[in-house]
Design a protein around this ligand. Structure first.
Ligand code: ADP
Ligand code: ZN
Ligand code: ZN
Length: 734
């Protein structure tokens, strides 16, 4: 019996597909983890060999041979394959689609896994011809041949530079058999500059202890939580550990929430470590991503830094995984079909690879703290700021008791004035971009709505547009009410309006904005950062983007304009998010020698969350929040999965979930089904959304249940008529 190849293909079907080896196969077995091109229905597809068997359930006559082996050596090693298989099982998602999200697009389409370069060489016959000064009647060819005689194996790039146009002449010479082209594998593109490296600072005792603890575990699996207050020097710990790993001849994988927002981490790695570093993130072109992936895969890169999907990056001889800002929601893929947590997968990967993993944060997620309490993760603390900086002082501003000017309270205005006059920089945080969240008619009360969502349109004044922040709808800003024709006015505050107000209040202080409207193209963010770092910008107004790990030593005041949105949300994680945001944004203040001050504007200064956070810091908050989660049986004290559906009609989405619920076998003890319920924002982007929650005491029970249930859900007729997805460990409930 001949060999059967089991191939994973990028389809929603939860199975592998059987193929025969190539008809004119060399006899060499196709290695596991190699890509193959196969006939699939009427098209050709690229898939990956996940298994090899002796026989197939498909009748022999219907088995087709593969068309081509794309990787003579495996593209993915057994450890990477094991991680993908684990992920497919855990997230109950088809392996082919899991694989597809793990590979750069170019590789999915069949690009070569190894970077190579076209080079041209002169054959023996060509050399003879050149010596005879041939071909006489074709001067271009003669010149090219002469050049290639001098230049051993000239690359296409070299010829482009020195002999353009050369392609036609090369074809003619190749036709005579005088020259030939070859593909030569090239080393990676990310060279490290050879400049001498500045030594790092003398470590503080807590930093040394952390480095020592993780250092002792190199070579085996262990999970560490590096809980260090903002500015305590976590990056320095990552650097020292990476240094050790490199010295042992191994490689490091560092995951960060968003490359653009952590330019300083990347900069410090580049500056301090003399090792080629590959960067993988969503802003790359397909070719750049392919290049970075190849550098990682070939082992050329010694350090791989990347965002979410980099958790799947190939890293030969992996020695360490670091996840910086482990609490950041961007590590969870919350769109599309395959909704994985890169943080959780990183821990699984570390276990498979028998290497330590470090989860760093000033505000660890409650899940992670729970894992510490359960002794699955070891806690390492950095409680003091490095570089003599003091933790900032947090104060609440009672909005009920102070007058407001366009969203900014008098105490905040006075504080800004004081800090500016003392030479400090100021950061103003508001989690809403645009000019105003609402456009209101002053006569009839009409509010500009989004026609596709249960939401209002946001006013973007400088762009003169009304935009929906949920579906992207975009319309001109009307001068009059669309209902009665009377005058309209923007109501409420967005970053654009706050910047305008601050400009009026502080005409002498250069003000910059940082949000998705300002940062649209590559380089925009770097521009904002540069002006902050140089001190040209005195006040920076921004959204969530300003809360991330920047280190501007001269920022002495942070103002949080509105903390209240997170206080009364229906999402059980809202409190955790709010506490993290406040602590993180506060952490931008006073990182240098001058002390920092943080003002939080709120209408609810007595809210227990705020009181508790200010009195006991994040630790105190987390302690109480975990007790509340336990009392309510929410994660991490239970496990959740959300089955979601969306359809053009409200009824269809709910009907699908109701039908799915009806199919559920008698749930095992400890498993409950909740819903279905319409989403809080029922209509979004023209579709109605609803969800059905599965809650379970234990992970095992949850997965047992899902294993039995999902195949049935999939076979539902209604499942084919709408969009649905399963989200295991959902971060956002709606
Ligand atoms: P975190 O990532 O914990 O917020 P960083 O790693 O950005 O903190 O460190 C904050 C600042 O302290 C940086 O400017 C860094 O260079 C500096 N720093 C870190 N460790 C030390 C040390 N041991 N001695 C002096 N300065 C340090
Ligand atoms: Zn009106
Ligand atoms: Zn909309």
């Amino acid at each position: 019996m001949s060999q059967i190849l089991r191939v994973a293909l990028d389809t929603p079907l939860r199975r592998l597909f059987d193929y025969l080896p190539q008809a004119e196969a060399s006899g060499e077995p196709v290695p596991l983890g190699s890509r193959v091109r196969v006939p699939f229905g009427r098209r050709r597809a690229v898939g990956m060999v996940m298994g090899i068997g002796a026989n197939s359930e498909v009748p022999a006559a219907r088995l087709k041979p593969i068309l081509e082996v794309l990787d003579p050596r495996p593209l993915l090693d057994p450890a990477s394959l094991a991680l993908l298989e684990w992920a497919a099982q855990y997230y109950h998602h088809p392996l082919g689609e899991v694989l597809a999200s793990a590979l750069p697009k170019a590789l999915r389409l069949g690009a070569a896994a190894v970077a190579s370069e076209e080079r041209w060489v002169v054959t023996a016959a060509g050399a003879q011809a050149a010596r005879a000064d041939e071909p006489r009647r074709a001067p271009r060819q003669r010149t090219l041949l002469a050049l290639l005689m001098q230049q051993q194996a000239a690359s296409a790039a070299f010829l482009d530079e020195h002999a353009r146009p050369w392609r036609e002449a090369a074809r003619a010479l190749a036709g005579r058999g005088w020259i030939a082209s070859t593909e030569v594998a090239i080393a990676g593109s990310t060279a490290a500059a050879a400049a001498p490296r500045p030594p790092g600072p003398q470590l503080l005792p807590e930093q040394s202890a952390a480095v020592a603890a993780v250092g002792e575990s190199l070579g085996s699996y262990a999970a560490f939580v590096l809980h260090g207050i903002t500015g305590s020097g976590k990056t320095e710990v990552y650097l020292r550990l990476t240094e050790r790993v490199l010295a042992a001849g191994r490689r490091a994988l560092v995951l960060v929430p968003e490359i653009g927002l952590t330019p300083q981490l990347l900069g410090r790695f580049r500056e301090r470590l003399a090792a080629p570093l590959a960067v993988l993130h969503s802003g790359l072109t397909d070719q750049e991503r392919l290049g970075a992936w190849r550098d990682a895969s070939s082992g050329h890169a010694r350090i791989v830094v990347g965002t979410r999907s980099a958790v799947f990056a190939p890293v030969p001889d992996l020695g360490l995984i670091v996840i910086d800002e482990e609490h950041d929601p961007s590590f969870k893929q919350h769109e599309g079909g395959f909704r994985y947590s890169a943080r959780d997968l990183a821990v699984v990967r570390a276990r498979h690879a028998a290497v330590p993993v470090v989860l760093g944060s000033a505000t660890p997620s409650l899940e992670t703290l729970h894992n510490v309490a359960a002794q699955r993760y070891r806690l390492l603390r950095l409680e003091r700021r490095a570089a003599q900086a003091q933790p900032p002082v947090l104060k609440l501003v009672d909005l009920r008791a102070s007058s407001l000017r366009a969203g900014i309270s008098t105490p905040a205005v006075l504080a800004i004035e004081r800090h500016l006059s003392e030479g400090g920089q100021v950061l103003v945080f508001l989690n809403r971009r645009g000019y105003a969240p609402t456009l209101l008619c002053t006569a009839c009360g009409w509010i500009a709505p989004c026609s596709e969502c249960d939401a209002r349109l946001t006013v973007h004044l400088s762009a003169q547009r009304l935009r929906c922040h949920h579906c992207g709808a975009d319309a001109p800003l009307p001068a009059r009410c669309l209902q009665c024709g009377f005058a309209v006015k923007p109501v409420g505050q967005g970053t654009e309006r706050i910047a305008e107000t601050l400009t009026a209040l502080f005409p002498g202080a250069p003000i910059a904005r940082l949000d998705r409207d300002v940062v649209r193209r590559r380089g925009d963010l770097e521009g904002v950062m540069r002006h902050m770092a140089s001190g040209d910008t005195r006040i920076l107004v921004g959204t969530q983007m300003v809360t991330k790990g920047h280190d501007f030593p001269n920022v002495t005041l942070v103002v949080v304009l509105n903390a209240d949105q997170g206080l009364f949300s229906s999402d059980f994680r809202a409190a955790e998010r709010l506490a993290q945001t406040i602590v993180q944004v506060a952490g931008r203040a006073g990182r240098g020698t001058r002390p920092g001050e943080v003002l939080i504007q709120t209408e609810f200064p007595d809210h227990p969350l705020l009181v508790n956070l200010l009195a006991d810091g994040y630790d105190g908050f987390a302690r109480i929040a975990l007790l509340e989660r336990q009392a309510a049986d929410w994660p991490p004290f239970s496990r959740l999965a959300a089955l979601r559906g969306s359809a053009r009609s409200a009824a269809a989405a709910l009907a699908f979930l109701t039908e799915a619920r009806g199919l559920a076998p008698q749930p095992p003890a400890g498993v409950r089904l909740l819903g279905p319920v319409p989403a809080a924002m029922h209509k979004r982007a023209g579709r109605y959304h609803a969800q059905l929650l599965v809650e379970s005491r234990t992970r095992t029970r949850l997965h047992e249940f899902l294993d039995g249930w999902l195949p049935q859900v999939e076979r539902l007729k209604s499942a084919r008529a709408l969009r649905w997805s399963l989200d295991v460990d959902p971060l956002e409930l709606f």
